[in-house]
Design a protein around this ligand. Sequence first.
Ligand SMILES: [Cu+2]
Length: 128
Amino acid sequence: MYKKLLFGLLTLALVSVLFSACRVIDTSTIPQNPKAEMGATTFITSTVTIKKGQYLDLVDTVAAPHVIANGTWANGQQQKTKETGAPDVAADFKGNDVTTIGPFNTAGTFNILCTIHPGMNLTITVTP
Ligand SMILES: [Cu+2]
């Protein structure tokens, strides 16, 4: 009598585990960060517009390193200036990797650069 009950409970438990394991997740409904892609020595995406409060995914699409920081290249010189309201950006890439920067909590225009590739700039516009 108790054996049957125990067997029934175990079967029920097993079935519910199997069903939850097979739950379908629709990845298209998971919010994704906006992206900016990098090539070997440049930002493939040189400007990107995001909304206030969002993060930004920097995607290294090739097997090349990048060292990303606040600032901009101007006339061949690095100007590592951080705009008021910009998040601290310091990201090392080894190649074929992704780093999320932000959040960008202030509307405005922010510049980041790659310190090892002259002229490698990204302009991020943050809308209110
Ligand atoms: Cu670079």
